[in-house]
Design a protein around this ligand. Sequence first.
Ligand SMILES: Cc1ncc(COP(=O)(O)O)c(C=O)c1O
Length: 422
Amino acid sequence: MLVIGGIPITAIVQEFGTPLYVYDANMIRERYETLRGAFPSFEIFYSMKANPSLALVGFLQTLGAGAEIASAGELFLAKEAGYDPLDIVFAGPGKSDRELEESIISGIFAINAESFRELEHISHISKLVGVPARVALRINTASGLSKTGGGSAGPLHEQMSGGPSKFGIGEEKLERLAGSWNKRTIEIVGIHVYTASQILHEDEIVENARRTVAIAERVEEITGAPLMAIDFGGGLGVPHYKEETPLDMARLGAEVEGVFEPFSKRQDCRLILELGRYLMSESGVFVSRVIELKESRGQRFIITDGGINQFVRPVLMKVRHEARVLNKLASPTEGTAKVGGPLCTPIDITSEEIHVPDDIALDDLIGIMNAGAYGYSMSPLLFLSHPTPGEVIVLDGELIEARRRGRPKDLLLNQEPFPGRV
Ligand SMILES: Cc1ncc(COP(=O)(O)O)c(C=O)c1O
């Protein structure tokens, strides 16, 4: 039986039903503390895109995290959750005028400019609203993760820098920076380098740190002014496959700290790590209930009440998430099955392979593991019009309802009937 924070999963489900996301907040806190211990010179910013549930965003704030946002919606949630605007940075390859206006007026620490055009545009918006904007330059590094020599980032890494990319200003164009911004409207406070997500090789991350420090030094030479912040991104991954091992955080932290020493020695340069999945992914499980068992021409299927409409990652990102029968973890298993949700589409397979306990039965609970990041908010929740799942946090033996389960009538939200119909 899976027990989270001392509470059996059956008791959690009895109270909140299925499908349900359950998050172990003690694990999130441990992850945060591990980062603080390994990277003492860095501030930890939570990348809200990983999981924007208000209660979780608020929990991270109580631990001391800042917020990395990517939309006006995330800005709104971060403010609702109590973040100081000076602990918010905004990254994203396309920001609307409204998003820029709100960010500038809110006084966030930095808007990342991802092109010279955007730098000019931020200046223009700043003039319109009459408030200077703090900007960090997002740089697309000349090289990215190495592909050979034991340097692969693992099967899942999502690269955003080091090649053609919609993110950031090409490192080779940096010379154009000299004198290219209006000092009355724009204050360049820092740089942002984000190479990739889901990296599981310490050496790759250390190499990213070296590239970032070299770029920081170059930007200082070009602008003639010291940087107030370096946002090194992070990209720290979590294992999904047997052959993957967790990052050695003590080693990684020590090496990255060493690379950043010229900047950490200064008192006035903020060093930032922005992370989502490392903090959240393994804390979460997506729980659904078995509603059908069948065998079709030699293939076994377990059909559950939650599908890819509520946890799409396995098909969208082509990532295998371990699936387990949560209330029968100790039962002997006999063979394997595919797990599918209730949707009328063949792509609705949340797990290609689950080990089936020999006493599998209707109403058993299936858990899709590693579901704390890019779960609820990444999923096409309206597809096939099922009620949205609930979200529950387990913290110090207490259950906190973070989001209640949706109701059929929520489907009417923002909709109008065809004229003349009730
Ligand atoms: C700019 C930026 N920062 C942070 C993140 C968070 O990545 P992760 O959840 O892998 O830590 C992403 C992910 O796409 C990103 O694009």
